[in-house]
Design a protein around this ligand. Sequence first.
Ligand SMILES: Nc1ncnc2c1ncn2[C@@H]1O[C@H](COP(=O)(O)OP(=O)(O)OP(=O)(O)O)[C@@H](O)[C@H]1O
Ligand SMILES: [Mg+2]
Length: 226
Amino acid sequence: MKTIIHDLTMKADAGRLIAIVGPTGAGKTTIINLLMRFYDVNDGAIRVDGTDVRDCTRKSLRSAYAMVLQDTWVFRGTIFDNIAYGKPDATMEEVVAVAKAAHIHPFIMRLPQGYQTVISEDGGNISKGQKQLLTIARAMLYDARMLILDEATSNVDTSTEREIQHAMRKLMEGKTCFVIAHRLSTIQHADLILVLNEGDVVEQGTHTSLMAKKGFYYRLYRSQFE
Ligand SMILES: Nc1ncnc2c1ncn2[C@@H]1O[C@H](COP(=O)(O)OP(=O)(O)OP(=O)(O)O)[C@@H](O)[C@H]1O
Ligand SMILES: [Mg+2]
């Protein structure tokens, strides 16, 4: 058995933004999977409000988080139902409000059946960027205290990308957020940045302190802007 993440100690205060960055394969998604108990830690513990997550059911734990994951998923059903997934009693007004906030409303209105349009399971009839915006709208409607964002690496055009960024910022407001960012420009204001490399937290701090250190994060950041 291979250990993927070694020696990680961190504390996330309520309402804070924790960013997780690092090269591909560094272990970022693994941290998210541990938070949600897709796996359990071999050593140590993860606690939410003081309770060891191993004493929570997976169901109750996952319901504490709104999520936008790297692999966005939609199911065969109407756009309305896809957005309302976490809140089955949502009204049309609520669904339209989050769709507007997520910049997906104009696209939906251009579809022949609007919110009643059925999308296929593979989401073949909507684009990747639109699927992402849809899952952001879904997470907005699902009013949880904690949020997990695993930024997708998929290529979307720059205007969609801007819309996604803007929607994500809105989604993050007032929640305790764990954000995996590939574009470091999106997490500069994070309260804590964890820098992972090959399963180790090689640095942690704020953007300013990490830049001043001129280490791994500094080089990662520079490489994105050169
Ligand atoms: N279920 C698994 N079983 C075995 N190894 C795994 C599993 N999931 C991930 N790994 C390994 O753990 C390491 C970290 O993977 P992880 O998915 O956390 O990377 P990441 O930082 O999220 O990368 P990316 O930026 O590409 O999303 C990788 O070397 C990967 O091969
Ligand atoms: Mg990942």
